[in-house]
Design a protein around this ligand. Structure first.
Ligand code: NAD
Length: 480
């Protein structure tokens, strides 16, 4: 079985402790490789390498930095089959999804920031005829980037690409639950000739490696994507150290369906926004609110369609719902289904684990689950489940649905289905969310600001916002 290695100072290295953790294939529930159980000593080595590389990298002309990023993008594209297979095995997601979304998007991230940096410009402010101010945007330094398991390479590269483009060097930690494609990315960076120390990837546990990055006194910036409670811990450490912080956290997104929607389009998209990636996308709409006039029709059609989704071997072309990422997460999701029952919810379909035959019999599979009859304020409707579980709730008025939609601590994304443009704009203006999709879902333009409000995060990724984050503005004022 393969030992994953850290990528430090341009080389693939073992953790100093020589200790490893088990890495599971969730589709089979079996260990299939080992991941470095790194600690603060490995992080220190990575930091030293990144710090040594920073001066030269930050002064490397942006078109040269761009060339490296474009080379990495091209190599990701060239290795799409290998990377998609690795992502599917490591995460449990359908291979088709990894091949059509995750890996192409990781390549796009490098491509986007490889070209974006060439168009990034700063402002000048003239003061009538007696002075001029101009803003320098300088890379902050060694950036700490920490990412989750749900879209492993996609979200890892969403941080690393803008950081490198901006001229920062990086100490990065992928999720210990899905480390494989970050490891393959280190091989790609070596092949692309990325100078040693520019990107360093340290594998291991959040409490050890993640914590060492966050609390490192010379890492001035942390870009984190993950759970809200982890974000809170990170903020508690980083804020008193006055670090720059970008936190992309959890969600409990509403999907609001009005009777005047384009019904067929809504139904097909709602199936995806509920169960794609086993519901483990921070942008999935897990609370579905349906105007009462079409509630019964929607309920019947949605349940019928959901029952046709094939759950099983992620490598099978026909599979629509793969394995849950880990045993712990599998148990968490099932415990929420039990909670929903205790809270008075009626399971309309799903609700149980599935045993898939043959070599997949120990894998972590859960039936796509639809629950109705719950109060919008109950825990099932307020807490993030992050699995193939949605609730459906009828509503009568716009005011009522907005109250329910805005009732959680979260505010990441929202989905709205209506043909009434005025209403769509009105709701978009009032809803608590960083992203509002109207008559679509997961349509992404990488130039747009990405992130959430309330407990869903602090700051924005995407477009020039990310380049702003990885650079520090400095105002220079010249008296004429
Ligand atoms: P998590 O918070 O458990 O872990 C995320 C990362 O943080 C991992 O790499 C982990 O090792 C590390 N980590 C854990 N404890 C740490 C600590 N004390 N210090 C530093 N690092 C630490 O989250 P997860 O379970 O991997 O991912 C699921 C969560 O991520 C969900 O809540 C989901 O909504 C959220 N998410 C948010 C977005 C977004 O853009 N807002 C995108 C994807 C996922």
């Amino acid at each position: 079985m393969e030992n994953i290695k850290n990528y430090i100072n341009g080389e693939l290295v073992e953790p100093l402790s020589k200790k490893y953790l088990d890495n599971y294939d969730p589709s089979k529930g079996k260990v299939y490789s080992y991941i470095p159980d790194s600690d603060e000593k490995d992080v220190e080595l990575a930091y030293e390498a990144a710090n040594k590389a920073f001066h030269k990298w930050s002064l490397t002309p942006k078109d040269k930095r761009s060339e490296y990023l474009l080379k990495i993008a091209a190599l990701i594209e060239k290795n799409i089959d290998k990377l998609a297979l690795a992502e599917s095995i490591d995460n449990g997601k359908p291979l088709k999804l990894a091949k059509t979304i995750d890996i192409p998007r990781a390549a796009s991230n490098f491509h986007f920031y490889g070209t974006g940096i060439l168009h990034y410009a700063a402002n000048a402010h003239s003061m009538e005829d007696n002075a001029i101010n101009y803003t320098l945007r300088q890379p902050v330094g060694v950036a700490g980037c920490i990412s989750p398991w749900n879209l492993p390479l996609y979200l890892f590269s969403w941080k690393i690409a803008p950081a490198l483009a901006a001229g920062c060097t990086v100490v990065a930690k992928p999720s210990e639950v899905t480390p494989m494609t970050a490891y393959l990315l280190s091989e790609i960076c070596i092949e692309a000739g990325l100078p040693p120390g520019v990107l360093n990837i340290v594998h291991g546990l959040g409490a050890k490696v993640g914590n060492a990055i966050v609390s490192h006194k010379n890492i001035p910036l942390i870009s984190f994507t993950g759970g809200t409670s982890t974000g809170k811990q990170i903020a508690a450490i980083a804020a008193p150290m006055f670090k720059k912080l970008s936190l992309e956290l959890g969600g409990k997104n509403p999907n609001i369906i009005f009777a005047d929607c384009d019904y067929d389009k809504m139904l097909a998209t709602t199936l995806l926004s509920s169960f794609a990636n086993q519901g483990q996308i921070c942008l999935c709409g897990s609370r579905i609110f349906v105007e009462r006039k079409i509630y019964d029709k929607f309920k019947n059609d949605f349940v019928t369609k959901t029952k046709t989704l094939i759950v099983g071997n992620p490598l099978d072309e026909k599979t629509k719902v793969g394995a849950i990422v880990s045993k712990i997460h599998f148990e968490k999701i099932l415990s929420y289904i039990e909670l929903a029952k205790r809270e008075g919810g009626k399971i309309l379909c799903g609700g149980k684990p599935i045993t898939v035959s043959g070599e997949f019999s120990e894998g972590y599979y859960i039936e796509p689950t639809i629950i109705e009859g719950l109060d919008y304020n109950c825990r099932t409707n307020q807490e993030e489940i992050f699995g193939p579980v949605v609730t459906i709730t009828p509503f009568d008025t716009e005011e009522e649905v907005l109250r329910m939609a805005n009732s959680t601590i979260y505010g990441l994304a929202s989905v709205l289905w209506t043909q009434d443009l005025t209403r769509a704009h009105r709701i978009a203006n009032t809803i608590h969310a960083g992203i509002v999709w109207i008559n679509c879902w997961l349509l992404r333009d990488l130039r747009t600001p990405f992130g959430g409000v309330k407990a869903s995060g602090v700051g924005r990724e995407g477009g020039f916002e990310a380049l702003d984050f990885f650079t520090e503005p400095k105002n220079v004022c010249i008296k004429l």
